[in-house]
Design a binder for this molecule. Structure first.
Ligand code: NAD
Ligand code: WQD
Length: 416
């Protein structure tokens, strides 16, 4: 791979970022990753432990920088030091509850961070972007399965609104400047871990999502699972979601990059031919201005194959209830997950699952992993992480307290 070989990954130390980097390296890409460790474990000397594990899995190296997207000069400096061909933008704060308590922090981090990134890309003549969006932009679905042309924007939480606003911003810049070549991927519910069990989800904030919480209960780290609502109009009264294996999600990004590359070549060719880029609206206005003939038109859904800021659902297309997931999880892991059904969670959606035919048609991508595999790999990863954490806690205790409890009642070596 000569051109299009280096991918810049923001939020690369995080859950989806680290798994995606495995797929990128295995597909032959070089990776330059950044993360500020707000939601991933910070190793010694600014290293990312998750990416060290990625190197172990792939036998390849990842260039990593501890960098906050809000620090634009530093971001620019890193960008300038490498010849970046395209960007995958994962970095964001994503806790729905927290986003309602500290909205400004979320707007600043997610939106200003994205604007900084886009400006740095532009300054460095890089216009190829894959953006991590979310099914949350659909709000309460009007129809199921959800297609990409489903209305967006009726989002009930701040986190989701940041995703919606960024999607709109990306559409606007794509319309205004034809050099941009952007794909937004709307993830449904990613779960599981890399088959090696070496990487998985290990946030600095508490787990609240169903599958990791369930795994913690199964391992005895939590006493029981609370199921939020048992009286929904679903197969068994519990909420329905589209759980997608993290490695399927990762391969969706490699497929999106391939699509960007193809469209980039097409755009280049098109621009060479015309010399200028006109939007459909501009063309119609131009026609009317010259001929005096008014053209009546209405805006319909995007035509498959048209090059614009593109959007794809990444899901399996299967709706699975909380109880169905729980029973599968118990059967596969041979564990028991004690649970109690309590009141509905505020703001929860009843059922949500994707129509994935656009991604199949245009990206040539389809999910492969079964629900059983998602459960199996989730638990294997937790087991490995618990072992690793015991070691890590021991190490932390040793380094912070080299003299044990002596002269140090509150913990941490004061050097006295
Ligand atoms: P994650 O928290 O594990 O990863 C995000 C990473 O970005 C973290 O390592 C965090 O430290 C980093 N980060 C945050 N703000 C940053 C900043 N200003 N500068 C540099 N780094 C920053 O989350 P994830 O599950 O891997 O999610 C990745 C992306 O996918 C996010 O954009 C998220 O909104 C989106 N998404 C996630 C889910 C999900 O359920 N996990 C679903 C839909 C969309
Ligand atoms: C799944 C189902 C719960 C926990 C979140 C974000 C969304 C998007 C995807 C990022 C629901 C039920 C859960 C528990 C339960 N992420 N549940 N007990 O709600 O689909 O969406 O992840 O973009 O923005 O909000 O995921 O895993 O929290 O819940 O009964 O302890 O499990 O009610 O039906 P959700 P989830």
């Amino acid at each position: 791979m000569s051109a299009w070989s280096t991918v810049f990954v923001t939020g690369g130390a995080g859950y989806i970022g680290s798994h995606c980097i495995v797929e990128l390296l295995e597909a032959g890409y070089s990776v330059v990753a950044v993360d500020n460790f707000t939601n991933s474990v910070n190793g010694q000397g600014g290293e990312a432990p998750s990416l060290k594990r990625v190197e172990q899995i792939t036998g390849k190296t990842v260039t990593f920088y501890q960098c906050d997207l809000l620090d634009k000069p530093r971001l620019n400096k890193i960008f300038c030091e490498h010849k970046i061909d395209c960007v995958i933008h994962f970095a964001a704060m994503k806790a729905v509850g927290e986003s309602m308590q500290v909205p400004l922090l979320y707007y600043k981090n997610n939106i200003i961070g994205t604007i900084n990134l886009l400006e740095v890309m532009k300054e460095n003549d890089c216009y190829q972007l894959v953006f991590s969006s979310s099914c949350t932009v659909y709000g309460d679905p009007e129809h199921l399965p959800i297609t990409e042309d489903h209305p967006t924007g009726s989002v009930t939480n701040v986190y989701g609104r940041t995703k919606f606003f960024i999607e709109e911003m990306l559409k606007d810049i794509s319309h205004a400047e034809k050099s941009w070549n952007i794909i937004s991927l709307r993830y449904f519910n990613p779960v599981g871990a890399h088959p090696s069990g070496l990487i998985g989800e290990d946030p600095t904030k508490a787990f609240t999502n169903l599958m990791p919480y369930m795994a913690q209960v199964a391992m005895g780290n939590k006493p029981s699972l609370t199921i939020f609502g048992g009286d929904y109009d679903t197969v068994d009264g519990t909420g329905v979601r589209d759980y997608i294996h993290i490695m399927d999600l990762a391969s969706g990004h490699v497929a999106a990059l391939a699509k960007l590359k193809k469209d980039h070549l097409r755009l280049k060719f098109y621009n060479l031919g015309l010399g200028i880029g006109l939007s459909v609206r501009q063309l119609i206005e131009e026609f009317t201005a010259v001929t005096g003939i008014p053209i009546r038109c209405k805006i319909g859904p995007r035509r498959v194959g048209d090059v614009d800021s593109l959007t794809y659902n990444l899901g399996t297309g299967q709706g699975v209830s909380v109880l169905q997931l729980l029973r599968t999880f118990e059967a596969i892991t041979k564990t028991s997950v004690p649970f109690q059904i309590e009141a509905r969670r505020n703001g929860d959606i009843v059922s949500m699952y994707a129509n994935t035919s656009l991604a199949a048609q245009e990206l040539g991508w389809k999910s492969k992993y079964t629900l059983e595999q998602m459960c199996k790999l989730c638990v294997r990863c937790f087991q490995v992480m618990v072992d690793a954490h015991n070691g890590e806690d021991f190490w932390r205790w040793q380094t912070m307290n080299p003299k044990g409890y002596r002269n140090n009642s509150s913990g941490g070596d004061t050097g006295n």
